[in-house]
Write a protein that binds this ligand. Structure first.
Ligand SMILES: Cc1ncc(C[n+]2csc(CCOP(=O)(O)OP(=O)(O)O)c2C)c(N)n1
Ligand SMILES: [Mg+2]
Length: 576
């Protein structure tokens, strides 16, 4: 049996449903075989975006996707996706060819120290020498990617193995004879650890009986674990306000009465007990110190055991899957703590909730004012004016990709989400360049049926801008909105002096027509510079007859020119 058939079958049997990459010798034939076996393959222009795309499939579906690369530079280009997946705990499998071991250190085709380069970027790296070991390791790699703390795994396959044919022998007999079922993974059986009952009771004791101003923070770990129903039950039972991390938005709807997303600073500063569900107390949350009360007590639930050593020393740490832990918490609430929960725990929570909702209301109305500020004749657009128009057209439960600096920070506040795993942004590493890959992948996950919205800064878009050709080729319904301020945070209206000592490092070429770039690939592109023009284009896009929501059949790109020097982000020094 040809090894490519075995490789393709094993990928299929592992449950992987989406594959991404850039082909070349020797992987092209494997990809042809994968397609014959019914595996979708999205061919990218650069492995970097392909690896980002594959990683976000893992987040959205709890199953890894495959990023498949050629040897040496092919794999090296995919490492950013692995690093990003590692930091954000996304499951991912990267597979690469490599030169034949017999030709190493002789300058063989695309030879470089690729395995050594991969080691620090992945949870585990495999290098199977035989086809039967490939099968065993591949399945192991897939399982590892979703077990414990999810993350990226690497499997390196020598060219000779990809090009060979397996003669049946004692070692590979069972694999070849059972090739149709070999290594099938039951994803539901991947363990979801739960903390000890005593710890759960202690956590609830703090939150229900001791806390005067409790708060729940939910992050993408909670979203990944699919904890939304259990979280809903806990919030309803305990009436504790909820604050999402950026990608945690929508685990509890932003419109929910207990969501205090609009009162973030006050909620963090005033809370006395904080339950942290699948969010890192990292730079985004002041390391659990800056911006918090000095005597705040954290109860951190996380699948990542090592996270315990990163959080403030007096915290209670519960090692567990968020959904499984919340199931336990809810059942304890409904038994042991029933009376306390029912009586509102004896603590005056109403004044705490009122403090937060008052603040949220005040913040929301000042945001509304900023967003609804009419554009005067001859004035350039602001971010808020653009988002005000977009918010009217982007459904709150739609897949939404958001990257950039101001573009992302302001988008997080202006765009509301009612459903979990809608918001996909630069994540824990603040990685620019993920957006186009994420949008392509999100579209793939929804079988290219749901319109995906990608709102990107012009710089962020530029990291992977060429990949919009992929979206055109596969006819993906993605609405790309480029918020174009001619630069990174801020740009210039025109460049007078083109010397490298004169152009500000934040500036890009003014007035770039990203829409024309889209048109050159065969997609639809528009440039706008007023709210009326933007509104007009959006209202002319095809709509679903029942829901009246935008329903694209092909990608569309709208290049929105805004004021080049808009706002410098407040957290510039800390975060970027
Ligand atoms: C991989 C990577 N390279 C560089 C940066 C530094 N950086 C932070 S934000 C940003 C781009 C911001 O510009 P843009 O996307 O146009 O958004 P704007 O703030 O202008 O709206 C860059 C390059 C980064 N975060 N990640
Ligand atoms: Mg910009």
């Amino acid at each position: 049996m040809e090894n490519i058939k075995i490789i393709s079958k094993i990928i299929k049997n592992s449950g992987i449903e989406q594959t991404f990459g850039v082909v070349g010798v020797p992987i092209t034939n494997v990809v042809y075989q994968m397609q014959k076996d019914g595996l979708p393959f999205y061919g990218f222009r650069n492995e970097q975006a392909a690896s980002y795309a594959a990683s976000i499939v893992g987040y959205l579906t709890r199953k890894p996707a495959l990023c498949f690369t050629v040897s040496g530079p092919g794999l090296i280009h995919a490492l950013p996706g692995a690093i990003n997946a590692q930091a954000n705990s996304f499951p991912l499998v990267v597979m690469s060819s490599s030169p034949n071991p017999a030709d190493l250190n002789k300058g063989s085709f695309q030879e470089c120290p690729q395995f050594a380069a991969a080691v620090p970027c992945f949870k585990t790296c495999y290098y199977p020498p035989t086809i039967e070991q490939f099968a065993t390791y591949f399945i192991r790699a897939v399982r590892e990617s979703v077990s414990g703390r999810p993350g990226p795994v690497y499997i390196q396959v020598p060219s000779v193995l990809m090009q060979g044919t397996a003669q049946i022998n004692d070692a590979n007999k069972s694999l070849i004879e059972n090739i149709d079922t070999y290594g099938i993974i039951e994803y539901d059986e991947i363990p979801r650890p739960v903390p000890q009952r005593g710890q759960i009771e202690e956590a609830l004791q703090m939150l229900i009986s001791r806390a005067k101003r409790p708060l729940i923070i939910g992050g993408k770990g909670a979203a990944y674990s699919g904890a939304e129903k259990e979280l809903r039950r806990l919030v309803d039972a305990t009436k504790i306000p909820f604050l999402p991390s950026p990608m945690g938005k929508g685990i509890v709807s932003d419109e929910d009465e207990y969501s205090v997303a609009s009162a973030r600073s006050v909620a963090l500063k005033r809370a006395d007990y904080i339950l942290v569900l699948g969010a890192r107390l990292n730079w985004m949350f002041g390391y659990g110190v800056n911006g918090f009360a000095s005597d705040v007590k954290f109860i951190v639930v996380d699948i990542f055991a090592e996270h315990q050593s990163h959080i403030p020393a007096n915290s209670l740490f519960l090692l567990g899957d968020i959904r499984a832990t919340l199931e336990e918490m809810n059942s304890v609430c409904e038994t042991a703590f029933k009376a306390a929960v029912h009586n509102g725990s004896g603590q005056d929570r109403q004044s705490w909730m009122k403090e937060l909702t008052d603040k949220a209301g005040a913040n929301a109305s000042s945001l509304k004012k900023q967003m609804e500020e009419p554009q005067q004749d001859g004035q350039q657009l602001t971010y808020h004016q653009v988002y005000n128009v977009l918010a009217r057209h982007i459904p709150k439960n739609a897949p939404f990709v958001n990257e950039g600096a101001n573009t992302m920070d302001i988008g997080r506040v202006c765009i509301q989400h009612t459903d979990p795993r809608c918001r996909l942004d630069c994540g824990s590493l603040s990685t620019m360049g993920v957006g186009v890959g994420y949008a392509i992948a999100a579209s793939a996950v929804y079988n290219n049926k749901r319109t995906v919205y990608a709102v990107q800064g012009d710089s962020a878009f530029g990291f992977s801008g060429m990949e919009i050709e992929v979206a055109v080729r596969y006819r993906q319904p993605i609405l790309f909105i480029i918020i174009n301020n001619n630069g990174i945070y801020e740009g210039l209206d025109t460049i007078q002096d083109h010397s490298p000592t004169a152009i500000p490092p934040t500036a890009l070429t003014p007035k770039i027509r990203y829409d024309v770039m889209m048109q050159s690939f065969g997609g639809q592109g528009h440039s706008v510079s007023t709210t009326d023009q933007l509104q007009d284009i959006l209202s002319k896009l095809p709509r679903n007859k029942q829901t009246n929501e935008i329903q694209l059949e092909d990608p569309v790109l709208i290049n929105v020119f805004i004021k080049p020097s808009s706002v410098l982000p407040k957290i510039l020094n800390a975060a970027h």
